[in-house]
Design a protein around this ligand. Structure first.
Ligand code: AMP
Length: 476
């Protein structure tokens, strides 16, 4: 696990109490900056937008490195597509009648009058790139991964933003169920490596002909129960019957439980495909739950669909942990052709980074596991003007030789600087005072034992590296 590798020590951490703010409170930037009192305008965030602050960095870095590592091992190439694309491309791929297209796309005209959209997801862009760059001529399958911002004009709430990040993996050009299993394994490994237990919810929604027959049966069944349905479901019945299976309203749940299941409408080929995917997952010991009501929100899926859910410790399943998928994906065998390319079966998934980080933090908190802070090798404490000048030079020299140095020039007392060093859990501190500058020496302090030794400044780099090598697993 990521945090075990770099942080063997685990301390108990106190849970912070969440205090809800009164609604009338001014936007944060305005209220806290004191700008109003100074007669200046200050700026708040747009609704649904958020900053990812430095204190979050360790989680984001770990998530990125975990994804990058998996991509390397499973041989996926990184694709970076533009944030802006032709709006019609998303409408065509995701489909009219879906929430993403009908309600959530950021669409506007650019200065030339082209209708463009901020990407609400990246699969469509990956397919566009596959077609545009003639990737069907390459050895198949083509495996690509991405990481970046997506935009959806969603109603902001916990875990739901208007700009958020997704990491995704896509395999194009192969219909074999082993590809579905490989992707589910990668999604599962992503969380396993980060230290968050998850389970996979999985279903098959067949090919369009099978789905059409199923939809007819579903509509027939729901029509007979129409008067008991919630208002949303009454609308879904006419507009998008598969979404009836998404309803979480109390009154619709018993109806949903008795609803016909799509698996009964699958023909031999789709059934076999699904069975093979499940057999691979069994073989790989990837935990999954069969969910006959799982259909996913986008139009382009065929056969396998899946979602990833966090498994929280009992009694700690918050609304976010228990109900919101961290991500999901599935097969989209018809999309490449639908978007103008030569027929190429494909499968992929995307995971929400904000939601994943949030679930990870919640899980670690519940288990009282501390996630590692950024690794620093040494803290440099300085006392006085001359020492500060020399310190900056030393920091730069050590940085060049690969030693990571922390420091704080705003603190002048040795005590408070050593406290910071302690909090950072560095094994060594360097102390540079007036006397050391004049003598050309520097003090190396072992933070655990408190033992200090005075060494020649010219030798500090060599000595420090030698000392630090005992922490380097790879050097042994
Ligand atoms: P989807 O393809 O819509 O199922 O999205 C995949 C994942 O992206 C979800 O499971 C979430 O983790 C994340 N996601 C989707 N929409 C949002 C949003 N508005 N804010 C934050 N994360 C989101």
């Amino acid at each position: 696990m990521y945090y075990e590798l770099i942080m063997p020590k685990q301390k108990k951490i106190e849970k912070k109490k969440f205090v809800k703010k009164p609604k009338s409170e001014k936007p944060k930037a305005h209220a806290e900056s004191g700008a109003a009192e100074r007669g200046k305008k200050s700026y708040a965030l747009l609704r649904g937008m958020h900053d990812i602050l430095p204190k979050e960095e360790k989680y984001w870095k770990a998530a990125y490195h975990t994804a990058e590592n998996l991509a390397e091992h499973f041989q996926f190439g990184r694709i970076e597509s533009p944030l802006l694309e032709e709006a019609s491309m998303f409408v065509r791929s995701i489909g009219k009648g879906t929430d993403v297209v009908d309600k959530e796309m950021y669409i506007f005209e650019d200065r030339d009058g082209n209708k463009v959209a901020l990407r609400p997801e990246e699969t469509a862009s990956v397919v566009r790139a596959y077609i545009m760059h003639g990737m069907w001529n390459m050895v198949q399958p083509v495996k690509m991964w991405y990481w970046g911002s997506m935009f959806r004009y969603d109603r902001p709430q916990a875990g739901r933003f208007r700009q958020f990040n997704q990491v995704g993996f896509e395999i194009l050009g192969d219909a074999d169920p082993v590809q579905d299993a490989e992707l589910i394994l990668i999604a599962h490994n992503f969380y396993k490596d980060l230290g968050l237990p998850v389970e996979i919810h999985i279903n098959s929604i067949g090919v369009p002909e099978e789905r059409q027959k199923y939809k007819t049966a579903l509509v027939e069944y729901y029509r007979s129960k129409r008067s008991y349905l919630c208002d949303d479901c009454k609308q879904r019945l006419n507009k998008n019957p598969l979404r009836l299976l998404d309803c979480k309203q109390e009154r619709c749940l018993p109806i949903k439980e008795e609803a016909p299941q799509i698996i009964a409408w699958l023909e031999e080929e789709s059934k076999n495909h699904f069975m093979k995917v499940l057999e691979y997952l069994d073989e790989l010991s990837v935990p999954y739950v069969l969910k006959s009501t799982l259909v996913r929100g986008l139009d382009y899926y065929t056969r396998t669909v899946f979602e990833v859910y966090p498994v929280m410790p009992e009694g700690d399943e918050s609304a976010l942990g228990a109900q919101s998928a961290l991500g999901g994906g599935g097969r989209y065998d018809l999309l490449v052709e639908e978007m103008g390319g030569k027929s190429a079966p494909a499968v992929g998934f995307s995971l929400g980074v904000e939601r994943s980080v949030s679930a990870l933090k919640q899980y670690l908190d519940a288990q009282q596991i501390k996630f590692p802070t950024q690794q620093v090798d040494v803290f440099l404490a300085q006392l006085g003007d001359q020492a500060r000048r020399r310190a900056l030079k030393t920091i730069n020299e050590l940085r060049t030789s690969g030693v990571k140095v922390a420091y704080n020039f705003s603190k002048n007392s040795l005590k408070s600087q050593l406290e910071t060093a302690n909090n950072l859990q560095v094994p060594y501190a360097l102390i540079l005072g007036q006397k050391e500058v004049q003598d050309g020496t520097i003090i190396i302090r072992d933070m655990e034992s408190g033992v200090q030794e005075i060494v020649d400044q010219k030798k500090v780099e060599h000595l420090l590296k030698k000392k630090l090598s005992r922490f380097d697993v790879n050097a042994k």
